[in-house]
Write a protein that binds this ligand. Structure first.
Ligand SMILES: NC(=O)c1ccc[n+]([C@@H]2O[C@H](COP(=O)([O-])OP(=O)(O)OC[C@H]3O[C@@H](n4cnc5c(N)ncnc54)[C@H](O)[C@@H]3O)[C@@H](O)[C@H]2O)c1
Length: 302
């Protein structure tokens, strides 16, 4: 197996920035690409803040943090991926947009490079078919946030080679992750099970079964989930959840995967979750509430 030295990450949102951070912390040269300069600048800030948290917890030294940041190059120029050994796509969850990117990556990347997608649900086989190297295309599905969550779900397309699979597995393990393997069917393992649960929580809210707080508390305390499903949906991004439900619905052809109208309406209204300050919950109000509490008490009780 060829030794990996440099990684390209396309998409500097919540997932791409976390994946780029991991790769830089584990000694790889990283090019992080985003078409949106605002996203690139907030990715740089969030990576730097996250690496600093590893330092303050004593998990890495200041020197290792400085080295990691020195290995990270942020740019909007896709052509800079021409020397990357391994490229991970983490852009918007849309098959058309991802396919266009894969066509471009196929032209730009060196012939030996592996092209991985962090897609939550979209067919790897179809993304691979947009390229001239389907044997070197694979799903590498990190969980959110990538620097913290232990799992990587690997998805082989119909033509993914053993070499590509083992190189991807080795990279995930280098990052300290546990790997699970899924067949290439809509939603793979994790989102096939998680998203219908989140969608059902929206139905419970939509049909007035309970308040959002009680739905979340019910699932946290009743089933020992660290976050309630509505809170988790806000954390993932309601646009991402809706796209995944649509992929499940189209790919598996069962009406049980039809997205809840309330989820659709929130996305239409731009309530995309925590990243926009409002989703099911209003984080702008929560932030003000916490700031007020901090002023009056000196510190928060948690
Ligand atoms: N959010 C999650 O919890 C989660 C978890 C696992 C996997 N994923 C998957 O990861 C991918 C990204 O999700 P996210 O939550 O980081 O989204 P996000 O909206 O936070 O970020 C997407 C980024 O991609 C950029 N982008 C869009 N088109 C681009 C292009 N053609 N070239 C370069 N950059 C482009 C956007 O500017 C944006 O910064 C999706 O496929 C999603 O399904 C998300």
């Amino acid at each position: 197996m060829v030794e990996l030295k440099s990684v390209g990450v396309v998409g500097g949102g919540q997932m791409g920035s976390g994946i780029a951070q991991l790769a830089a912390m584990y000694g790889l040269d990283v090019h992080l690409i985003d078409t949106d300069p605002v996203a690139l600048s907030s990715a740089t800030k969030s990576i730097s803040a996250s690496i600093q948290r590893f330092v303050s917890k004593g998990q890495i030294s200041q020197a290792a943090a400085t080295d990691a940041l020195g290995r990270l190059h942020c740019t909007s120029n896709l052509e800079e991926l021409c020397s990357s050994d391994f490229i991970i796509e983490a852009i918007v969850e849309s098959e058309d947009v991802k396919k266009k990117l894969f066509i471009n990556l196929d032209k730009i990347a060196k012939s030996t490079a592996i092209l991985a997608s962090n897609t939550s649900s979209i067919s790897i086989t179809r993304l691979a078919s947009a390229t001239s190297r389907p044997q070197q295309v694979i799903g590498m599905h990190f969980m959110n946030p990538p620097p913290i969550m232990k799992l990587v779900e690997i998805v082989r397309g119909a033509d993914t080679s053993d070499n590509t699979f083992y190189a991807t597995k080795a990279l995930a393990e280098r990052f300290g992750k546990i790997v699970i393997c899924s067949q290439d069917y809509s939603g793979f393992i994790v989102n096939r099970i998680l998203m219908p649960m989140i969608n059902e929580a929206f139905h419970a809210l939509y049909t007035g079964v309970a308040t959002k707080e009680d739905i979340d508390t019910g699932m946290k305390l009743g089933t020992n989930h660290p976050m309630g499903p509505l809170e988790l949906a806000d954390f993932i991004g309601l646009d991402v959840c809706l796209s995944i439900m649509r992929v499940l619905h189209a790919g598996l052809g069962d009406s049980k995967y039809s997205p809840c109208p309330l989820l659709v309406q929130y996305v239409d209204a731009g309530r995309l979750g925590k990243k926009r300050g409002i989703g099911v919950y209003d984080y702008r109000k929560l932030k003000n509430h916490f700031n007020e509490a901090r002023k009056s008490k000196g510190a928060l009780p948690f």
